[in-house]
Design a protein around this ligand. Sequence first.
Ligand code: GTP
Ligand code: MG
Length: 448
Amino acid sequence: MQFHSLPVPEHDEVPLADDGQLESLLDKREVPDHADSLAYVVSVGPPATEIQREARLAEILGLAEANGHAVVGHEMLVLARPHARTHLGPGIAAEVAERARAVGATLLVLDAPLSPSQTRNLEDLTGLAVSDREVVILGVFLRHASSRAARIQVQIAQLEYLRPRIRGLGLDMDQQAGGGNYGRGAGETASELLARQIDDRLVRLKRAFAKVERSEAQRRKHRHGTSRIALVGYTNAGKTSLMNALSGSELSARSRPFETLDTTTRALTRHGGEVLIADTVGFIRDLPPRLLASFSTTLAEAREADLLALVVDLSDPEWPMHLETTTAQLDAIGAGELPRFVVFNKADRVETRPELEVEGPHAVVSAHDATSVDALRERLVAAAREEKLVTETLWVPWAAQRVSQALYASCRVLDTQADDDGLTLTFQGPPAAVARVLQLGEEAGCRR
Ligand SMILES: Nc1nc2c(ncn2[C@@H]2O[C@H](COP(=O)(O)OP(=O)(O)OP(=O)(O)O)[C@@H](O)[C@H]2O)c(=O)[nH]1
Ligand SMILES: [Mg+2]
């Protein structure tokens, strides 16, 4: 599945919210915060090895802490099949709640996707507040997003998460709610009013997002002529540490999930900036599609790179799963066909190096070891220069949406010219991606 961009109407007469209005929307937290809650964390999943289960538990504990929770207890549950109404099943849910209450917890963090009604049912059954995996990840993103693009994207993801959950907020129990009916239309209930407000905000945010996306694309276009490398990989793999070591920058690198949410670009070569390197947001297992989709702008840097430096934490026993997840998510954002260089990082933490069966170029390094970083820099620069991009021009009839979508997803558009019947696009991309677009174009009546 591909997530190209959010459904923003392209030609929209509604004016953009001015900056002041938009700014007031950006830092709103709508999903429950539960910061400082005493959390009982439950890692739950299908049967897996002990090592996998431990790694998964460590991951959700890291996420809960990054989201500001004080974790007072945790447990691992094996669940072959989720229960329809409560995910855990009423018996297990009651037992878990008892153990959680025994340690004074006020919040149950469940490492699973919960539907709105499952969350509600579990809250009723346990008497505790309940957070699922997505709301925890959203919370971390809300805390760390700092660039305008990232803040808009997180707000959109948050509102889309909230939208189907309005009914569970119990707003309609009290028809007097909502500040004396202010702004409520005739016959409109409080939850309908909230739904309408959310929809309004979504429209405004998506429009602002489209604007940011356009100016970012413009900015990237000006970098034409340079080779670009994007550091991508699972969260906590050491992307930022490598970025710092490779380019001499001082970005914040901490053992905390989603420490980086914004893309930063630096020169990798000492004389002039002909090879640039970008640090990007990390991937994570079961990243809610909504979040992946909303981070498409932040990840545009990865999508448009000449070379992906795919960073893997070799000291994590789950690294093969991390590599798999990253590969799948790169596919989903339309970066599946870019040339890759796999960087196995944190070698200093590994006593016996595992057999590495990887296709294509790779290196084993430590971000903390200058010699291995210097050798890596040299190889990356050489590899990026080798990846020559192909430039093509294609006329696409208006009706052939599919072709322009594929083109925008995998290539960099350098120029566009519209006529009555279609759009002539000059674009640049890796040979495989360009070939695929041309093939699609041929089938859809495009002309070169
Ligand atoms: N021992 C060791 N630790 C490392 C190495 N590289 C990174 N780390 C540590 O791993 C943790 C995560 O590093 P980051 O560079 O922030 O990882 P990241 O991939 O940028 O993570 P996100 O931005 O959250 O996606 C930090 O505590 C680093 O100090 C390494 O080569 N060896
Ligand atoms: Mg980082």
